[in-house]
Design a binder for this molecule. Structure first.
Ligand code: SF4
Ligand code: SF4
Length: 493
């Protein structure tokens, strides 16, 4: 306990201690053990703390958890035969249902665009404020944080065994919810609870439950330091203007207990503001000491800043010894200059521009999409057949992926050769369908048909470019068009 009266609050910037001015600013590093050293990992048991960043983390965690557990149970009205679940990734049926939208395999390019936008968004925020994704919203962080909160709340009353039981229950609920994103919850959950679900469902349930339990209770911070590639990527995106959690060494050093500072002050020597209480290390979920400088293991959660602010408040010193700050700001403050204004950098603008560019491409693509994809390929011979009445016939393989919200028959026509007649045939059954691709049953997304195009004698000669049009029944204009060739006498085939 410090026996001296707390000094009056100080302001930033303040004159730096000579020793601190001379000290080089700590750089990012990874501490490696000496060769041959056997390192025993000690589990990180962070002490709870309070403060601005803790409250922010709690708010983000609450939003993520509520959304995660509620979303697959929200109903959404859709046509008969389609799931009435607001959010469902139906791999078996081949569709993703996202509120009013439905995406199929034909939207893979759109999905890639969305992934690209998400990646650019992550890079964009990373250049501004470092790993806030990791510290506040990554599922690994959120679930680990949740489990630790449960432990802190219940372990003193019901012991660690009781906490483990609760962890197991939440892991099971998490696994059930994950499954509900891929199969309709209203039918799947009753099947699971009555023991009527497929064996593979139980295998998945067990796998997700165990994975959640082990990742959030045993593996914890090791996911961030050893498994996840993002820390390595993000390290190269951080620059001198990125605001990351920073210990202001110019202000905190030379560190030492408050008593020693009082003794130094009596000798006319200034000590740093850090009283070396170690609280910033004790609350860190990664078990690191931010005073050693910016580190790959730091997830940017700000909890050390919260803890240190409490210490500073007790000592009557200005808060922010640990804070979100950039290298450029720290260089200026350490030398007594004013804090520079935030700058927009080329890389930040670049990531933002790429994000907008990809969105500018995928939004019109999404609005223009009909949901129908067709492939017309000439049959193996690539030639023509002359029928007994002299007509010329070309045969094609036709593939139709129909991803419309409401499927119905499609009328097929050929433009480019006069009086062309289209006849579709189901391979194997050889049943004639006329020129109509029948409506596909829910779940049957793709039709593979044989298409015969016949023209009367003398109507086609050589190699003629044609357009195959696919028009929904009752529509005025085709929704899909494919280009190809019709070959007749004189084509060399
Ligand atoms: S909490 Fe603040 S005062 Fe205490 S050791 Fe960490 S930086 Fe120093
Ligand atoms: S050093 Fe601070 S910001 Fe980094 S992980 Fe630890 S508590 Fe979070």
């Amino acid at each position: 306990m410090a026996t001296h009266a707390p000094p009056p609050p100080e302001t930033t910037p303040r004159p730096a201690a000579p020793a601190a001015e001379a000290a080089p600013r700590p750089r990012a590093h990874i501490a490696l053990p000496a060769p041959g050293t056997h390192v025993v990992r000690r589990p990180v048991r962070p002490r709870p703390t309070t403060g601005r960043w803790r409250r922010t983390k709690d708010a983000v965690m609450a939003v993520i958890l509520v959304l995660f557990f509620i979303l697959p149970h929200l109903p959404w009205p859709r046509p008969d035969g389609q799931p009435q679940q607001a959010l469902l990734f139906d791999f078996v049926g081949g569709y993703a249902y996202v509120f009013p939208f439905r995406f199929g395999y034909e939207d893979l390019l759109l999905l890639m665009g969305l992934l690209l936008v998400s990646a650019m968004g992550l890079f964009f925020t990373n250049t501004l404020v470092g790993r806030v994704w990791c510290g506040f919203s990554c599922p690994q962080t959120v679930w680990t944080d949740l489990f630790r909160k449960i432990e802190h709340a219940v372990a003193p009353k019901i012991g660690r065994g009781g906490a483990r039981l609760l962890w197991g229950g939440i892991s099971l609920l998490t696994a059930l919810t994950i499954l509900a994103y891929f199969a309709p919850a209203r039918t799947l959950w009753p099947l699971i609870f009555t023991g009527e679900a497929a064996a593979f469902t139980y295998v998945l349930l067990a796998a997700f439950t165990l994975a959640t339990f082990f990742l959030a209770t045993l593996v914890q911070d090791m996911v961030c330091t050893h498994f996840c590639p993002w820390p390595r990527f993000q390290a190269v995106m951080v620059d001198r203007d990125t605001k990351v959690v920073t210990y202001q060494a110019w202000r905190g050093e030379p560190r030492g207990p408050a008593k020693r500072k009082a003794a130094l002050a009596a000798q006319g020597t200034a000590g740093g503001d850090c009283v070396d209480c170690g609280l910033c290390v004790k609350v860190c979920p990664m078990g690191i000491d931010i005073r050693e400088g910016s580190q790959l293991a730091c997830i940017g959660c700000g909890l050390c800043a919260d803890a240190c602010n409490q210490v500073m408040a007790k000592l009557g010193l200005e808060e922010g010894l640990i804070r979100f700050s950039s290298d450029r700001e720290q260089t200026a403050l350490a030398t007594g200059r004013a804090e520079p204004k935030p700058r927009l950098r080329a890389r930040t603008l670049g990531y933002g521009a790429m994000m907008l560019l990809v969105m500018a491409v995928i939004v019109p693509v999404y609005l223009d999409r009909t949901g129908i994809i067709v492939h017309v390929v000439p049959d193996q011979t690539g030639g023509f057949v002359r029928l007994s009445d002299g007509s010329i016939r070309n045969i094609y393989q036709l593939g139709v992926q129909d991803g419309r919200a409401t499927t119905g028959p499609l009328l097929v026509a050929v433009e480019g050769v006069p009086e062309a007649r289209v006849e579709l045939v189901t391979p194997g059954a050889e049943a004639s369908l006329g020129n109509i691709v029948p409506a596909q049953a829910p779940g049957a997304r793709q039709a593979n048909l044989r298409m015969m195009v016949t023209v009367p004698p003398g109507r086609a000669a050589g190699r003629v470019p044609v357009r195959f049009t696919f028009t929904p029944e009752g529509a005025d204009a085709p929704e899909a068009v494919e280009r190809g060739w019709f070959v007749g006498p004189g084509s060399g085939r």
